[in-house]
Write a protein that binds this ligand. Sequence first.
Ligand code: HEC
Ligand code: HEC
Length: 390
Amino acid sequence: MKKEVVVLALGIFIAHVAAAQSSAAPAAPKPATQASSAAPAGKTAGEVMKNVQVLKDVPASQWNGVMAVIAGSLGVSCEHCHAQPYDSDTKKAKQTARSMMKMVREINANNFGGRAEVTCNTCHRGSLQPKAVPALWSKTLDEVAAFKKQQQSDLAANGQTSPPGGGPAPSLPSADRVFAAYRQAVGSSPWKSTHITATTAGDLQPSRTIDIDMVVPDKFLVRVPTPAGENRVITNGDRGWAITPQGRRDLASGDVENLRKNFADQFQPLKHAEAEATGKVTGTEKIGDRTYTVVEAHVSTGLVRLYFDTQSGLLYRAYSENSLADFASAGEVTFEDYRDVNGLKIPFSMTARTPGDRVVLKISEMQINLAMDPAKFDPPPPPPPASSQK
Ligand code: HEC
Ligand code: HEC
């Protein structure tokens, strides 16, 4: 079973930062959030949470991510299953969910060698009521093409001839060539530091302004003004802090790692370079009136599928799948509105979609390689004893 740190989509993460609570679960009540975010790396949910009976072995640092995947798979908010406090079992839905968790683990243990092949989403597909009756034919042109391709390969495997229209596949460029074109399109100015002002807004979140200072690869200062005062998140190497008007909190190492991945990977000009080594071109796809070359790769976090514009060479979309304990999740970021910043092509609009929300980030201002005072990223002073919350 893969146990990997999930890469949260950028926008969702920013929303968490802005929410002034744990960077891992804005919606969870105080006791739950503290339990998980204060959890030392390596502890399991069974050790840290009060009333976890089935998913005991899930790392505490991944707990809120797992809950978000479950909520997304059923198309509900946390409150559908949880009353206050979160460890109480008063809601029928929570009890049903627990027995479903047992059922899913048994299905996987008995049929799939314990691999997480069946998940909540296998049946629920974003709704509370799984449908036993198959949906009526309603395929898009791309899906019809995929269906015919599958039919041809099944016919060929049976030794039957293909139905007409199945000519040879068009020749595709290699992943190396696609990446070379991408590198060239992005530009090669040095990339050492950046200052970004942006707004984010989600389907479930209000619009916010954020201000980011970053020194590549692991120093960040993210500032989010809120009506109650400014929220800040600082990371410096492998340490990090969340500072709100109420006080300051050390980030768990998993959160620091997620932040680094989100910010460094999302804003750096050349994205997903890790995919170059193992990537394979799987085909082309039309989205709107443009054509994209699709590269699929298996990287440290899971599967990524990258869509490169066949004309400009630039990255349009990155779809990724990863596993959180034994739950599969997915995310997608679409990059648009590329503009020139010191000779680099940077997307000024990014739309992140996860099972839980869709968040759009729009950059209003970006400067790169400006001198930055390293003291900005220093640990904030410890909170005065009176306001320390525990
Ligand atoms: C479909 C129902 C369902 C949804 C939706 C759901 N949970 Fe849970 N949650 C559960 C169940 C069931 C458990 C107990 C799991 C077990 O016993 O292994 C649990 C346990 C928890 C716990 C541990 C509480 C304790 O101390 O024992 C926390 C914290 C939590 N959930 C947070 C969340 C958050 C945050 C969300 C929204 C992102 C969420 N949950 C959405 C069903 C749900
Ligand atoms: C094998 C298919 C299947 C899988 C896998 C599955 N479920 Fe279900 N689930 C169902 C069906 C079918 C129903 C509806 C039962 C009914 O209508 O009485 C249901 C109902 C539920 C309900 C009650 C719905 C409500 O109105 O509150 C919850 C909660 C739930 N499932 C949670 C989960 C969770 C969490 C998982 C993953 C751990 C999961 N299910 C996995 C088939 C499945």
